[in-house]
Design a protein around this ligand. Structure first.
Ligand code: AMP
Ligand code: GLY
Length: 442
């Protein structure tokens, strides 16, 4: 089978490597770190799967192409990012009788408009934060003042994970409403805002495959959204992740499928939406039970870089089944853990600097269990990797425990460097301690 992955980030690199276990993969447009660019790099460009040992190079070739996805000849299309989904790429491909994993523009609206998402969640009775959607600052501020703090202000439209303010200051929330609605901070994406009550608790990402009717959950992951250690600083697209999440039991996942995912799929169907793709539930585990913070319509980034390395089932088969409306296989996962640390360029998330030469990639990938996913890289004139975006690399490692996977990931991070590189040092730190303590007690 030939699979076309649409996108160019770390998530698409992880998808491509996982699909390449059983399929020929072409990534459009991809990045130069995805396909082996030289014979020496061929080994390190392969995925280290759980149980497969370091650097094992099983898998079919991955190529990258500058052709538009519509011009690629493939049996299955897997669309990575939200923007092409919101723009209707899946509809276009389906109109051309292609098999596509990813919702049409109708389903992708769940992510394209937070106000729409909140409306459908309310319709489906999915537990979520109280909210109001506004285009007028006065009305937004009146609603805000009725809520107990903390307060949350979101752009209605897409903002690359950066359009959300969570604050304990009413004044800051009001100023943010003004900046968003005026178009000053997020352009048109902020001309409507969603104001929400702030919920408190640990967060978790649950990616669920959907074939239009049936759903199947992948292993849960936890993402680290803030730029700095101890969850300080502005929100980013995600600075790291780990899986599994000790706090999230199978029972909790069954409850979420029952109360938050299946009712949503039902509500979408009633609206005539045949949703074939990923439903990514951003959950917060409050003292009153799990609540949905948001739904995204695609795989999480960097969650995918920790979930897929643990998948023991064939991803190509799973996604082809969902795309065809015949999801039968139950995704299964290794009990091993995985941890991903995102390396960012200077200035991210505000104004990332690009063009810095990256050292140590091969040496990092040589560590047992480690895979270096390329997110924002390019090759310079001399064929060396340089930074080409804000989130540059996702350094992932698998290991028998969260602590061991984490140790491997940070050992690999220590071997990589460029001018201005920065990253969080506390990815999965608390979970590593908690799960080691639990294992010690058992
Ligand atoms: P979103 O893009 O909606 O997932 O929001 C990004 C991040 O903002 C989430 O991962 C949470 O950390 C935070 N957030 C969003 N909504 C809320 C809420 N209602 N209460 C508390 N935190 C929130
Ligand atoms: N890691 C957060 C996201 O993919 O939206």
């Amino acid at each position: 089978m030939k699979v076309c992955v649409v996108g160019s980030g770390g998530r698409e690199h992880a998808l491509a490597l996982s699909l390449a276990r059983t399929a020929d993969v072409v990534v459009a447009p991809g990045n130069p770190g995805m396909a082996p660019h030289s014979p020496e790099a061929a080994d390190s460009a392969h995925f280290t799967f759980v149980g497969s040992g370091s650097g094992s190079g099983s898998g079919l070739p991955i190529t990258v192409t500058n052709d538009a996805p519509e011009d690629v000849d493939a049996d299955l299309f897997v669309i990575g990012p939200e923007q092409p989904l919101v723009d209707g790429l899946a509809d276009k491909l389906r109109a051309d009788r292609r098999l596509v994993f990813g919702p049409g523009a109708d389903g992708a609206r769940l992510e394209g408009s937070k106000a729409f998402m909140k409306m459908v969640l309310a319709e489906a009775g999915v537990p979520s934060a109280r909210y109001g959607a506004f285009e007028d600052a006065k009305e937004a501020n009146e609603f805000l003042r009725q809520l107990p703090g903390p307060w949350v202000v979101k752009t209605d439209g897409l903002a690359a994970g950066k359009g959300v303010l969570v604050t304990d200051s009413l004044e800051e929330a009001e100023a943010d409403i003004t900046a968003k609605l005026s178009g000053e901070s997020f352009g048109d994406a902020g001309r409507r805002v969603v104001v929400e009550e702030g919920l408190v608790g640990p967060e978790c990402s649950l990616l669920v495959l959907c074939d239009g009717t049936r759903v199947a959950a992948l292993a849960p992951a936890q993402d680290f959204k803030r730029i700095n250690d101890d969850d300080e600083g502005p929100n980013t697209g995600g600075m790291g992740a780990y899986s599994p999440v000790p706090l999230v039991s199978d029972r909790l996942i069954d409850g979420v499928l029952d109360q938050a995912v299946e009712p949503l799929v039902g509500a979408l169907r009633r609206r005539g939406i045949d949703y074939r793709g990923v439903l990514y539930a951003g959950l917060i585990l409050t003292v009153d039970g799990p609540r949905v913070l948001e739904y995204n319509v695609r795989f999480g980034d960097p969650e995918t870089q920790v979930v897929l390395p643990r998948l023991t089932e064939d991803l190509t088969g799973l996604l082809a089944e969902a795309a065809a409306g015949r999801l039968r296989t139950e995704p299964r996962f290794s009990p091993d853990a995985s941890v991903c640390v995102v390396l960012a360029s200077e200035g991210y998330p505000v104004a990332p600097r690009t063009g810095d030469r990256i050292d140590g990639l091969d040496s990092a990938a040589a560590i047992e269990g480690v895979t270096v996913f390329h997110a924002g890289t390019a090759l310079d004139d001399e064929g060396c990797f340089v930074t080409a975006g804000g989130r540059v690399l996702g350094v992932s490692a698998v290991g028998p425990t969260i602590a061991e996977a984490r140790g491997r990931a940070y050992a690999a991070v220590d071997r990589i460097g460029w001018e201005g590189m920065h990253y969080r040092t506390d990815i999965a730190a608390a979970a590593a301690v908690a799960s080691s303590a639990a294992a010690g007690v058992a």
